[in-house]
Ligand binder design. Structure first.
Ligand code: UDP
Length: 194
């Protein structure tokens, strides 16, 4: 995978198709996958958060999320030609999880959004095993949330806490949580729940 640096942050030259093509093999090999969206907001502000910069360095995939990232790449003679939005990736991962009867864990968003999302996923993705749901305003500690994840060992964990909370949470917790794939999804729970 080719990596470019935009405002000091790594971004990978990848497309939604290439991500989805390699996913089955990554899952089979039990490699931990972190899909971290790099959007212009993060590129501009991440330098204020050293742990988020470190997460970007460690993440398996730094997703070019936004036309601003594509343009920045092109301005510096790079090869990022396609934006991959967090929501498009999440929807593709949900389709995959539904086809393969994989389990997912949802963490984030307001309680009412989280409840509505559960209804939508149960209806639209009947083969997904919904292993756990925690809203983003819970009193639970990070350790308690990781315990919940570790009880069910989901394939996918979607984290919707907005920037910078979701990146900070991932940076502090992904190594402790027994799941295969993590994605920070910003406001996607709100969009998918309608
Ligand atoms: N959110 C959350 N807990 C928080 C702050 C935000 O669960 O403490 C959720 C919020 O309800 C929304 C998502 O994070 O579902 C994205 O929030 P926002 O739109 O502010 O972030 P952005 O998409 O701009 O990064």
């Amino acid at each position: 995978m080719v990596t470019e640096y935009i405002l000091g942050l790594p971004v990978d030259v990848i497309t939604l198709d290439s991500i989805m093509e390699e996913l089955p093999e990554r899952l089979a090999q039990d490699e931990k996958t972190i899909y971290m969206s790099i959007n212009p907001q993060i590129a501009l502000h991440a330098h204020n958060y050293p742990k988020i910069v470190q997460l970007a360095e460690e993440a398996s995939h730094r997703i070019p999320d936004g036309i601003g990232i594509v343009k920045a790449s092109q301005r510096q003679g790079g090869n990022i030609t396609e934006r991959v939005t967090g929501i498009d990736l999440m929807l593709s991962l949900l389709d995959y999880a539904n086809e393969q009867q994989e389990s997912i864990f949802l963490y984030g968003a307001k309680p009412e959004v989280s409840e509505k999302l559960v209804e939508v996923i149960t209806t639209d993705y009947p083969n997904i095993h919904l292993a756990g749901v925690i809203d983003g305003y819970t009193d639970m500690s990070d350790a308690q949330i990781c315990d919940k994840i570790n009880e069910v060992k989901p394939t996918f964990v979607f984290v919707a806490l907005g920037f910078p909370r979701q990146e900070q949470w991932l940076a502090a917790n992904y190594k402790k949580c027994d799941a295969k794939v993590f994605q920070d999804v910003g406001g996607s729970f709100d969009v998918i729940s309608g």
